[in-house]
Design a protein around this ligand. Sequence first.
Ligand code: EAX
Length: 325
Amino acid sequence: MKKAFFLLCALLVFSTSHMVTATQTVKLGVVTKPGSAQNIVAEKFKELLEQRSNGAWVVNIFHSRSIGNETEILQQIQMNTIQMGVITGGPFDTFDPIVRVINYPFLFKDAVQADAILDGPLGREILDDLATVGFKGLCFSENGFRNLTNNKHPVKTADDIKGLKIRVMASPLHKAIWQALGANPTPMPWPIYTELEQGVVDGQENPLWVMEVYKFYEIQKYMTLTRHVYSPHIDVASMLWWKTLTPADQTMIQKAMQDAAVFQRKDNRDRDGARLDLLKEKGMIVEEHPDLNSFRVKVAGLKDMELFKEPKVHALLLKIMAATK
Ligand code: EAX
């Protein structure tokens, strides 16, 4: 009898302790490889959530296109086969056109202004709107300001772009920007090293870290510091999954991602100076002072295009433009 009682106790202790230590797993997708901006966010988030939950949560990161391109990762998040993602703003705008607003050319003067808008109520409007297409928008981390590279000739004014074959993200807005600038834009999902190497396209545009981490200095001769679009990542969760979480877990996950984003944005910016030096050392010819006015004039009409015709999208664009004047 006594023995049976002890056995029962042991069983109870085992099962309750088992309940307490049961881990929950979250799958998080990024398209880029370790060392990339998205991965730095993802790894920081993993570290913070696992630490703060005392191991109750485990984050598994899927990277380097192991679960598909960014559009495919987003589709899996909608279905909750993947729970979270750190996804570049570009490919997001086919899911919700409101995302176009933050990819608008020459919208933000600098990173400080981008943070002020994206971390404030206007950024929140965008994140909240994502619920209409199945995402819980958590916060913004960054790819950074995008710059043009090409393998044909130096680009100083917008006229130099005429006829260049430029790879763009799978985004109708990005395609429209490069059409307006006179290029011949080709949408392609990430990664694009082989296409550049083989000359399928002449150039591409991305933040400085991409040219370093993906070694574009090996295959692209000319770079122009156009900073034409500030490119955030949108850090999202599957709404189907989010609704199953306790409020305490929601808060912990939201906070861990926000802290990871703040960490990564600073890290990315701190390293940009050294990156530029490195790219020059590696032989890239850099135009540091392009005639950006010539670019601005050519893209000025975009806000009146079909792409922004949905009233809530148009209204938000005008609000952000007024706030960043
Ligand atoms: O971060 O597809 C792109 O150009 C993105 O910037 C990519 O995610 C690299």
